[in-house]
Design a protein around this ligand. Sequence first.
Ligand code: TYM
Length: 350
Amino acid sequence: ATVIFSGIQPTGIPHLGNYLGALQNWRRLQDEAQPGAKLLYSIVDLHAITLPQQAPMLRQWKREMLAALLAVGLDPARSSIFYQSSVPAHTELMWILSCTASMGYLSRMTQWKSKLHLSDDASALDEKAKASLKLGLFSYPVLQAADILVHRATHVPVGEDQRQHLEFARECATNFNHTFGAGSKLLVPPETILSPAKRIMSLQTPTSKMSKSDTDPRSRILLTDSAEEIHKKIMAAKTDSTNAVSYDRAARPGVANLLELWASFDARGRGPEMLAEELGGQKASLKDLKTSVADVLVEEIPAIGVRYREFLEKDGGRYLDEVEEEGARVARKSADETMEIVKRAVGLSR
Ligand code: TYM
């Protein structure tokens, strides 16, 4: 049976990268799912605390993320949406997996290495700074693997930046099966599903990905931005000094990003190359390109913001609680079935 699982950190309103890289795909998979397919989407609060968080903020961000997921079109009748911490089996399986996961593999992960500053610049942290890095940040991928494997997920829709974590999850499943199941398929190695817009870039630094943690708010468009804000941010996007449109990701990253944004929303399904060719033929300027991109975004995004505010307020906030409680109930049942198999195989149950 098909089991779809994915997760998102509750660290602020999702942006266009989250939307095009992941959430749009979550919705598509839901809308195309066969009866009997299981869909689980988690707001991963335990991952969020690998960096310092303030309790009231975290609490609020979890609710906001839930409202945002409903606003993009996840339907609780078909998709179970839940907070990761509502399903203790995620952390329980994490411990068990960490007994067969290798430190060497974890220390080679890009995200960890970027914390050590080994990947992008030469100035490695000094020993004291290294020693104060947190264990949770190091073992982050093991919890992510547990999220996926505890539901025996077959497919995981994510953006490009999660590809390595997904490979690690497959490795965890294989290791576990080898150690405890003589190779039989106790845990299921999942498949990664990438969207065509798997890596949306910052509007201000188009060589790095659009990210929630960028200090410049003009670098990203939030799903709750108004038409006016979207317009402003797109018109101010960094491009280059050639005032004509062509698609060249390496030489013209800013222009390419705009074309890719447009392509992700194009009703006629034109890809970035085709859009560039058409605009080139029309001798369009970069301003023309930006105007068109802003127009297609404004057709879809502000309506999400409207629904988002409705969901936050619905029944004085009780609606969100009910959606989450029901989602968590389904997820606990799904996870408990796997834990029974796991505990029997390891020898933890009678
Ligand atoms: P997070 O919260 O950073 O991002 C959520 C999803 O958005 C995608 N994404 C992007 N896609 C394209 N372009 C971008 N600029 C961009 N920025 C973010 C991410 O790839 C992701 O799919 N570790 C995960 C959360 C997680 C998870 C899981 C995911 C925890 N457990 C289990 C899948 C399965 C994360 O931090 O995503």
